[in-house]
Design a protein around this ligand. Structure first.
Ligand SMILES: C[S@@+](CC[C@H](N)C(=O)[O-])C[C@H]1O[C@@H](n2cnc3c(N)ncnc32)[C@H](O)[C@@H]1O
Length: 323
């Protein structure tokens, strides 16, 4: 009798444990699901349609430089970018997600680079070509309609000194593909530069849901796919880039123009209006990331990036005596 009760008790305990394990296992995926759901991904075509519809409105509010994190005098932003990216006269550079070539035309005129520019919006290509002709920049800025996930479809490999993304990278439906595609375009020693918005870290746990919600709103409204900074850093390192710098974009406060939290564009278009600015949780941070494609050649083995270069060469099965 006592042993029958013990068996029953053990059985009941085993069932309880089993149910608990099932409940715990079910709980985990549902948390992951809610994170996944908040990540809207939009195809390049959808992004192109969005810009075909909205570029006239962007021009009204932003002018020819379609970047939210900016200076009141937009030339200061562009001069800052010339300096930070480190353009040198005669370089061949690729503007991935070029808008109406506002930055590309300025860079060509003021730093002497040759710019190949690409956008997914047909309307932006048309407008860019008009501006390029008006400003006599044919041969210095050239614009192509296409998808920056597949740069190899439009340009020769290893042919650019710089590939840059100015608030365009985060539209990508596949960040890794874009990073890898840019790699293929760069000459050894070439530079990848990304300026963009990245999901904010919640300083206190209770803000986390608000951040997720606002990230989803921005993604839906602007056909964006706001990146996670750590994920991007992981992807560039995985590809083999030398991570040269990650930093907050550094303007003096008096130069800063806040189109990121203003409602100017939103009022004009009705898109994603912020109803209560006082309670609004700003869900992103802006950063700039600079990476270098290693030289992968013995004569550069003693450069200051020696260790990364060594690793890259080993990865590609160089023999010990070659190193
Ligand atoms: C916010 S605007 C920035 C424009 C420009 N960089 C500037 O500073 O004025 C984003 C740009 O990224 C482009 N874009 C987004 N997804 C793209 C894709 N898959 N391929 C090429 N361009 C893309 C859009 O067409 C648009 O020109």
């Amino acid at each position: 009798m006592t042993s029958a009760i013990s068996i029953l008790l053990i059985l009941a305990l085993a069932i309880a444990c089993f149910v608990l394990i099932i409940l715990l296992l079910r709980k985990q995926p549902s948390r992951q699901m809610s994170l996944m759901e908040s990540k809207a991904e939009h195809s390049a075509r959808e992004v192109g349609d969005f810009y075909n519809e909205q570029t006239n409105n962007f021009l009204k509010v932003y002018g020819e430089v379609i970047q939210a994190f900016r200076t009141t005098d937009v030339k200061k932003l562009l001069d800052y970018q010339i300096e930070t990216i480190g353009f040198e006269k005669g370089q061949r550079v690729l503007d991935a997600g070029c808008g109406v070539c506002g930055p590309a035309r300025y860079f060509a005129k003021n730093s002497g680079v040759h710019v190949e520019a690409i956008t997914i919006s047909e309307d932006q290509v048309e407008k860019s070509r008009k501006y390029i002709t008006e400003e006599g920049l044919e041969g210095k800025v050239n614009v192509t309609h296409g998808d920056y996930h597949q740069l190899e479809k439009y340009y020769e490999s290893d042919s650019f000194d710089v590939v840059y993304f100015l608030e365009s990278f985060g539209h990508a439906s596949n960040h890794e593909q874009v990073i890898n595609s840019a790699w293929g375009m760069l000459k050894p020693g070439g530079k990848l530069y990304i300026k963009d918005l990245f999901i904010k870290e919640a300083a206190i746990q209770s803000l986390s849901d608000d951040i997720q919600r606002e990230v989803k709103n921005i993604n839906d409204a602007y056909r964006y796919n706001i990146a996670d900074l750590y994920e991007v850093l992981k992807l560039v390192r995985k590809k083999g880039y030398i991570l040269s710098s990650v930093k907050t974009i550094d303007f003096p406060l008096e130069d800063f123009e806040n189109l990121t939290i203003s409602n100017d564009f939103q009022e004009l278009t009705g898109i994603n209006q912020i109803e209560n600015l006082e309670e609004y949780v700003f869900p992103v941070d802006f950063f700039e990331i600079t990476c270098i494609k290693p030289w992968n050649a013995l004569e550069y083995g003693n450069s200051r990036y020696f260790l990364q270069n060594l690793f890259y060469m080993q990865m590609h099965n160089r023999k010990q005596e070659e190193l």
